[in-house]
Design a protein around this ligand. Structure first.
Ligand SMILES: C[S@@+](CC[C@H](N)C(=O)[O-])C[C@H]1O[C@@H](n2cnc3c(N)ncnc32)[C@H](O)[C@@H]1O
Length: 246
């Protein structure tokens, strides 16, 4: 995979310039609907004390962790090159990378869709600032940053061919609302590729709330109307799960 030259240095510089702010949101949620969908309880160390279909939702990784996403050993450890290679893409596709972070996946994917584009969605403006900076420094121009809300990725209706979510879904604080909005944004037959650390595999050295079992992921995707297509386990630590809008 082609890695943007000097990314780690640029990110470190940008992070030193931005204030360390909490994740903010302008999310407005109906209280009655919220209590019907979610349960609230004691928060575990890495969780927010909010439960969806039996799973406790994890904290959001703050933008100060951006350099970790760009660590040089990531490609070897997680075979991120295989994730990109195996995405079912045509060169004119519109891809939404939800929870895009620094654009680690958005930029190489943009090269696979030269006649399409990548909508890089994140709820942290600081992450979008890094993406804009990379574009200004010559990275693929067909990446567009989108500032999402916690319950809405703000994507065009029926305008997306493929949604990619890598290591981010378990952080969504409104997974039901996000899932519904994702379905609405997909073209009929459009795909979701969900990458999560394997929750069933105790040998994967990741905190439990940052992992998901295949069964849990399938339950949550079915709850918003997505059909399971296949799960592939060619990655060293993660499930590569494919769903589609009927
Ligand atoms: C662990 S990072 C992964 C970033 C990127 N996918 C990668 O693998 O390099 C998770 C990202 O998801 C974002 N995120 C969390 N909740 C979100 C939501 N509801 N909508 C969009 N992004 C969200 C966070 O701000 C963070 O940048």
């Amino acid at each position: 995979m082609r890695v943007f030259n000097g990314t780690a240095v640029i990110i470190a510089t940008l992070l030193s310039l931005v204030a360390c702010t909490a994740v903010e949101s302008d999310t407005i949620v109906d209280a009655a609907a919220d209590s019907a969908t979610y349960r609230y309880g004691k928060a575990s160390r890495d969780g927010i004390g909010k439960y969806y279909l039996g799973r406790e939702i994890s904290h959001v990784m703050g933008h100060m962790g951006a350099a970790w996403l760009e660590r040089p050993e990531r490609e070897r450890e997680e075979r991120t090159d295989l994730i990109i290679e195996n995405l079912p893409l045509d060169e004119d596709d519109v891809v939404a990378d939800i929870g895009a972070g620094t654009g680690y996946f958005s930029f190489p994917i943009a090269e696979r869709v030269p006649r399409g584009k990548v909508l890089a969605v994140d709820i942290q403006q600081e992450m979008l600032d890094i993406i804009e900076f990379r574009k200004g420094a010559g990275a693929a121009a067909n990446v567009e940053g989108v500032l999402g809300a916690e319950d809405d990725p703000r994507l065009p209706e029926a305008g997306v061919d493929l949604i990619l979510i890598v290591d981010a879904y378990h952080e969504f604080s409104y997974p039901f609302e996000m899932g519904k909005a994702m379905v609405k944004s997909l073209k009929p037959g459009g795909r979701v590729v969900l990458i999560e650390y394997r929750g069933e595999d105790r040998s994967v050295p990741i905190k439990p709330l940052h992992k998901m079992t295949q069964e849990q992921a399938r339950t949550e995707m079915a709850a918003v109307g997505l059909e399971w297509v296949r799960t592939e386990d060619f990655l060293p630590q993660q499930h590569f799960m494919v769903f589609r809008r009927p």
